[in-house]
Design a protein around this ligand. Structure first.
Ligand code: SAM
Ligand code: DTB
Ligand code: SF4
Length: 315
């Protein structure tokens, strides 16, 4: 088994993307098998705890106040409503509950409310994850003290494509928060979105930024853009299926021990596409009818998919 590597060059990664598809998938699947049970998938459920009215201009997002996406804004949910949803997720088999808020960054007052939610969800015996935007060092430490397991903060695309997607914060801002999360001792969840008009070099560069973090993020969500009406990216050309699968395979090769999550966009993916992603190296999905503001396959369809593919859920 090869040692973990944190000094990938862009060229080395582009060479992986340039391999014939079958050679690349053979390589990634072999690494997947060496590090994980290939028939086991972890499932996480998402809940948007604060919806819309975000001051940021992320061109893919339904929750940005800069675009008219028709989304109804909602204030931060109360703990009881969150707990009901977490219990439901647990009953349906989710092992991790991820709470997302449409903030540039949390205020300390709001963070304290989220901390109460984290403690209550943890008491159910579930793993916890939150995604709240940029953090200060003290905020990261207080989330750790509350027992938070994972913090999600995606780099979304390559450093050079970033300003074509978001202008209200920088790629470096994202990295800074990831470093604070790591320093606080919280597991890092960071990945990106495919289909933002990026090219293969951008995809290689995004994965390079993730794979050269030492340690690697424990969790790497790969999202397929869910096009949102009213955003600048509503009609952007989609990425091809083979390019998507190749990106999963390269992520698996670069970060052999990280859990790679097939995140947004599964409603558009058929059985064979998802099966190929599992073969290439995916071992986690979002489970439950809703992502943050858009739909996801319902859990009975996912149960059926797992059963057809002989996949069992990680407990
Ligand atoms: N505001 C926080 C932030 O930006 O980190 C947390 C919520 S934000 C919605 C979380 C992540 O969801 C984004 O970084 C992006 O990767 C993903 N996302 C948002 N809208 C998406 C879409 N339309 N399609 C695919 N992924 C999306
Ligand atoms: C991640 O990488 N994808 C999730 C979660 N982390 C927070 C969010 C997907 C959002 C998809 C669009 C929506 O439902 O608004
Ligand atoms: Fe706000 Fe996050 Fe959406 Fe960007 S991705 S607009 S920061 S909610």
């Amino acid at each position: 088994m090869a040692a973990l590597k944190y000094n990938w060059s862009l060229k080395e990664i582009e060479n992986l993307f340039d391999l014939p598809f079958n050679d690349l998938l053979f390589k990634s699947h072999k690494i997947h098998r060496e590090n994980f049970n290939p028939n086991q998938v972890q499932v996480s459920t998402l809940l948007n705890i604060k919806t819309g009215a975000c001051p940021e201009d992320c061109s893919y997002c339904s929750q940005s106040s800069k675009y008219d996406t028709g989304l109804k804004r909602e204030k931060l949910l109360d703990d009881d409503s969150v707990l009901i949803k977490a219990k439901e997720a647990k009953e349906n088999g989710a092992t991790r509950f991820c709470m997302g808020a449409a903030w540039r960054n949390p205020t300390d007052k709001n963070l304290n409310k989220v901390i109460e939610m984290v403690k209550k969800v943890k008491n159910l015996g579930m793993e916890t994850c939150v995604t709240l935007g940029m953090l200060t060092e003290n905020q990261a430490v207080s989330l750790k003290d509350a027992g938070l397991d994972y913090y999600n903060h995606n780099i979304d695309t390559s450093e050079s494509h970033y300003s074509n997607v978001v202008t209200t914060h920088s790629f470096q801002d994202r990295i800074d928060t990831l470093n604070l999360v790591r320093k606080a001792g919280i597991n890092v969840c960071s990945g990106g979105i495919l289909g933002l008009g990026e090219n293969q070099t951008d995809r290689a560069s995004m994965l390079r930024s993730l794979a050269n973090l030492n340690p690697h993020p424990e969790s790497v969500p790969i999202n397929l853009l869910v096009p949102i009406q009213g955003t600048p990216f509503e009609n952007i050309a989609p990425i091809t299926e083979s390019e998507f699968i190749k990106t999963i395979a390269v992520a698996r090769i670069l970060m052999p021990k990280s859990v790679v999550r097939l995140s947004a966009g599964r409603l558009k993916m058929g059985e064979a596409m998802q099966a190929s992603c599992f073969f290439a190296g995916v071992n986690s999905i979002f489970y439950g009818e809703q992502l943050l503001t858009t739909d996801n396959p319902n859990h009975t369809d996912d149960q059926e998919l797992f059963s057809k593919l002989g996949i069992n859920q990680a407990q």
